[in-house]
Structures are given as C-alpha cells and as structure tokens.
Design a protein around this ligand. Structure first.
Ligand code: NAD
Ligand code: IPM
Ligand code: MN
Length: 357
C-alpha cells in the first residue's frame, strides 16, 4: 500500500527527531512492502524565517491532502518576543484547529528497562505504569476569546476558558472507548469546585457514562490529580481532561516514563485522520547536538501506523524495537544511568532500525 505522510519537522530538535522516525518508517516499509511517501512542509519558526508567517497556507493544504501528519516541535528563543498571534506555537494550534484534531492521546508507559530513569520510588512503580491521558485539543482556554483592556489596576490581559457540551461529549466518548479497550477505569479531571466550565464538563462526562455501564468513572480535581500522579500513579488507567489541564498533567505523567523524550502522542480528528507528535517541545538547549531522544517521535510514528493506517503488526514491531534497544542498554542522555550504553539521536535511530530489519 501507498501512504502519504506530511512531515512538519519544525524547530529546534524537531528536525533531529523527525529524521529518525522517517528512518524507522522506511525500515518498516521495506520489511512489509509498504510505500511511505513524504512531503516536508514548514511551520513554526522555520516558516517565519523562510516565508514570514508561522503557518503558510501551503502547509495546511499539504497536511489536509495527506493521509497523516508527523510533526516534530515548534518554537524557540529566537521567536519568543514576537506578538502572540505571530509566535511559532500559533502554527501548532492553527494546524490542530484546521485539521479538526480534537482528541489528543498521550500514553505514559514505563518500559521496565527504564525504572531507574523514573524519579519515583521503586515501590510506587512496581508492576509497571501504564496511563493514557486523553486531552481535549481544540477548545478551552487555548481557543477562547483573548485580549487586553485597561483597568484601575493597570493593563489587564484575559483568556477565556469555555467549553460547549458537544466539545466535552466527543472527547468523553473517545476516553470511554479507550477505557473499554483497557482496564475500564476512567478518571475525569477538572476544577469543578471553582470553574463553571468544569461543572458543565463534569455533568456532560457523567451523562456520557450512561452509555458505558462497564466503565468505572471517577472525578478528580486537577490539583489533587497532579499530586496523585506522583503519590500513587497506579490508580490511573485513562484520564480525560481539558486542553490546558491535559497539557500540564501529561508533562508530569511523562516523568513516569523516565523522560519527556519517551512520550508520544496522537492528535485525532473524526475518522482516521491524525497528526502525530511527541509531547515534548523543541528543546532549544540541545537542538542540533545529536542529544535528543528520538523515541517519543518514533513511538508517535508507531501510533500513526496503528490509528490512521490500521497497521497494528507494524506498530507492534516499532514498539518492540524501541524496547529491544532499551533492553540492550542503549540510552540517550536524558534516560542515561550508570553502566548503560550512551547513544546519540542518530545512533538511537540506527539501533531501532536494526532491531526492525
Ligand atoms: P521542551 O519540552 O522543549 O524542553 C523541556 C526540557 O526537556 C529541556 O531541558 C529539554 O532539553 C528536555 N527535552 C525535551 N525533549 C527532549 C528529548 N526528546 N530528548 C531529551 N531531552 C528533551 O519544553 P520548553 O523548554 O518549555 O519549550 C521549548 C520550546 O518548545 C518553547 O518554544 C515551547 O513553546 C515549545 N514547545 C513546543 C511543543 C510542540 O511543538 N509540540 C511542545 C512543548 C513546547
Ligand atoms: C504541547 C505544547 C503545545 C500546547 C504548545 C507548544 C502550543 O506544549 O503540545 O504540549 O500547549 O499544546
Ligand atoms: Mn505541552
């Protein structure tokens, strides 16, 4: 089969890690006789520098006509002083909105080989950790009304958190479906003790639960959830939450996997279309130095095969190859521990390719 993939490497370590994921996809293509055709487009700071805007129309068009999108990361110090609507991060938000990617799946899975890289005590992580954060991705405070006004306390700025019930229902359905395929436990995280939008969120999630009698639903406030994530993460199976709470909680959950460099994500629209992106950012501190961990992006490519292309055997192969490299002791600097084999970005990619072939 022939699959069209739009590549959006972006900024910082984005191009470093996307290059490794492409190597891995190509290895899968050779092994199974699939043709992955790539078209590389600009977004973020790279697009600002080359074309004067963070999200050129051509980038949107190419992504829309592709079967799936693989994105590295956007942003960096160079563009940090631009006005909000011109910043590289706007490109990512624009792509998510334009492509209708309302459901962001962020699996935080601890490979047993990385137990030493996880900062939690052995007894807390014993038996493994496997959590999926289902983050709403095209609504909430990220996309609500924003602006400036003068007040008696001086200039004020505001960003509105708003959720419509259909936005909550569709993400709740994704989360309940996910829970049905796993351990049938769903925690909805909100701030319903303070926020109206969270009270609506909670009541719509509770209504949706009627269609999933087998799923054990609980509600938790975000402050408590952040604490429970490090106190007793094993209590979580699937977490569903808003755009901003999901952003924060998933970075916290990433440390369960040993490093933010291990956490992949799938940003899904209705149907099979998706954009696949590591949870981490452009890491300007290590960009271009062959230090970035490419596993989050490579595991994101595996999610692409699984969710958009329905190639689950091939996706299993990539995940097994990542595990094999960890079992061999291969480690990028972010997950390094004594006695292990130090790998750069490219060497990690090569080893994963070798484990597939
Ligand atoms: P970051 O995730 O880029 O980096 C945080 C820390 O984690 C840094 O020390 C970095 O070196 C490390 N790190 C991140 N990814 C790594 C990897 N693959 N391997 C090893 N170490 C890794 O977060 P930040 O520093 O807050 O943000 C930097 C820039 O990235 C900002 O401009 C931000 O807006 C942007 N950002 C983009 C995305 C995205 O495009 N999806 C996500 C988050 C942040
Ligand atoms: C992420 C990032 C983005 C977000 C930024 C860069 C817009 O932090 O994908 O987690 O907040 O969604
Ligand atoms: Mn984030």
């Amino acid at each position: 089969m022939n699959y069209k993939i739009a590549l959006v490497p972006g900024d910082g370590i984005g191009p470093d890690v996307v290059a490794e994921a492409v190597k891995v996809l190509d290895a899968v293509g050779v092994k199974y006789g699939h043709q992955f055709e790539y078209e590389t487009v600009l977004a973020g700071g790279a697009a600002i520098d080359a074309m004067g805007e963070c999200l050129p129309q051509n980038t949107i068009d190419v992504c829309k006509k592709s079967d799936a999108v693989l994105l590295g990361a956007v942003g960096g110090w160079k563009w940090d002083t631009l006005p909000g609507d011109q910043r590289p991060e706007r490109a990512l938000l624009g792509l998510r909105k334009e492509l209708g990617l309302f459901a962001n799946l962020r699996p935080a899975l601890l490979f047993e080989e990385l137990a030493e890289a996880c900062p939690l005590k052995p007894e807390i992580i014993e038996g493994g950790l496997d959590i999926v954060v289902v983050r709403e991705l095209t609504g909430g405070i990220y996309f609500g009304e924003k602006g400036y006004k003068d007040t008696e306390l001086g200039r004020a700025a505001y960003d509105v958190e708003q959720y419509a019930e259909e936005e909550v229902r569709r993400i709740a359905v994704v989360a309940f479906d996910m829970a049905m395929k796993r351990n049938k436990k769903l925690t909805s995280v909100d701030k319903a003790n303070v926020l109206e939008s969270s009270r609506l969120w909670r009541s719509v999630v509770t209504e949706t639960a009627k269609d999933y009698p087998e799923v054990e639903l609980s509600h938790m406030y975000i402050d408590n959830a952040a604490m429970q994530m490090v106190r007793n993460p094993k209590q979580f199976d699937v977490i569903v939450t808003s755009n901003i709470f999901g952003d924060i909680l998933s970075d916290e959950a990433s440390m369960i996997t040993g490093s933010i460099g291990m956490l992949p994500s799938a940003s899904l629209a209705k149907g099979n279309f998706g954009m696949y992106e590591p949870v981490h950012g452009s890491a300007p501190d290590i960009a271009g130095q062959n230090k970035a961990n490419p596993m989050a992006t490579i595991l994101s490519a595996a999610m692409m095969l699984r969710y958009t292309f329905g190639l689950s055997k091939e996706a299993d192969d990539i995940e097994a190859a990542v595990k094999a490299v960890l079992t061999q002791g291969g480690r990028t600097p972010d997950i390094m521990s004594p006695g292990k084999v130090s790998l750069g970005t490219k060497e990690a990619g090569d080893r994963i390719v070798a484990a597939i072939s």
